[in-house]
Design a protein around this ligand. Structure first.
Ligand SMILES: C[S@@+](CC[C@H](N)C(=O)[O-])C[C@H]1O[C@@H](n2cnc3c(N)ncnc32)[C@H](O)[C@@H]1O
Length: 303
């Protein structure tokens, strides 16, 4: 036995030896999975064949509506996957108190990919804190691409009231901008919002840090490389750009796709490095880091 994934596979039920209708009925009878069911449920979802996805979704249709986080993701009330609102619900560990939905939301928060999303917020705050320490009182300019709810910045400001960072926040969804401005109303003097598409936007100055999580994994490789090449030009000497992307090793991938209709380009550390090389960046300036679960990788490129 080489790794934990093999172990998990051996422990989970084989979909061909399970009466799936009866299993789902049993789960719904108790208003959703309990902790002891999590491995089995995710294990079964992993084994669903492409041609059986729609019939599986029908079986769980009572929760595929915006009252659950799975259903919110699946129905996309804002028109696209991974909007600011669901990301914020993940960060706030939101659980619908209605007993028909509660266990399903608790279940979603247990998914490794969801924990990884929360971890990337913690990582962002740590990176801002290090930048602030290094600055020793000098102003540092940070740009966030695809800024969403802007919760990491809010929490950074709350934890570090005496900091010298200023932020520019770019998001194409004006509802995300409105939400983030309201959330960060105490700190608006340190923030400039741009309701723009990262592909079309041209920065007006240079930055010490450009941070982007939860955005580049929606882009094809050629757009990834184009954007990296473009924004790299707007780094100050000594600056860096850090781009998050889901790892190909994501145990929750099929659950995201089947239960949440949430599709992303997953990439390995090597692929991310290759993108940086294709963007014309010197090898010695390229690095890849990860959050504690290794499910979200971060391409880190220094000027
Ligand atoms: C998954 S959320 C991530 C939010 C935030 N970075 C975080 O980690 O909490 C992605 C955000 O990127 C925005 N977005 C998607 N495509 C974009 C584009 N081409 N230009 C600007 N923003 C975009 C979405 O509106 C959404 O708010």
């Amino acid at each position: 036995m080489n790794n934990i994934i093999d172990e998990v596979e051996l422990l989970t039920m084989n979909i061909d030896s399970v009466d799936l209708d009866a299993y789902i009925r049993y789960i719904f009878l108790k208003n959703g999975p309990d902790e002891k069911d999590y491995l089995d449920f995710f294990g079964l979802v992993d084994q669903i064949k492409a041609e059986d996805i729609e019939s599986f979704r029908k079986k769980i249709s009572p929760i595929l509506n915006p009252s659950t986080l799975f259903g919110f993701s699946y129905t996309k009330p804002f028109g696209y996957s991974g909007d600011f609102f669901i990301i914020e619900k993940i960060y706030q560990h939101y659980v619908n108190p209605d007993k028909r939905y509660k266990k399903w939301d608790i279940f979603l928060h247990s998914a490794p990919a969801v924990i990884a999303v929360v971890n990337r917020k913690t990582l962002a705050i740590e990176i801002f804190e290090k930048l602030n320490e290094k600055a020793m009182g000098l102003q540092q300019n940070v740009m966030i691409l695809g800024s969403g709810p802007v919760t990491e910045t809010f929490e950074f400001f709350e934890k570090n009231p005496d900091n010298t960072l200023t932020f520019e926040l770019l998001d194409m969804d004006k509802r995300a901008i409105a939400y983030a401005k309201n959330k960060n109303k105490k700190y608006l003097d340190k923030m400039t919002f741009h309701n723009r598409n990262v592909i079309r936007y041209t920065p007006e100055k240079k930055y010490d840090l450009i941070w982007s999580a939860g955005l580049f994994d929606y882009f094809k490789g050629k757009h990834f490389v184009f954007l990296l090449r473009k924004y790299y030009e707007y780094l100050n000497e000594d600056g860096e750009i850090i781009i998050g992307n889901f790892n190909t090793e994501n145990p929750s991938r099929r659950a995201m796709e089947i239960l949440g209709d949430w599709f992303l380009y997953h990439r390995s550390a090597d692929e991310l490095k290759q993108f940086a090389l294709q963007a014309g960046i010197e090898e010695s300036k390229i690095d890849v880091m990860q959050e504690p679960l290794g499910i979200n990788l971060f391409l880190r490129v220094r000027k």
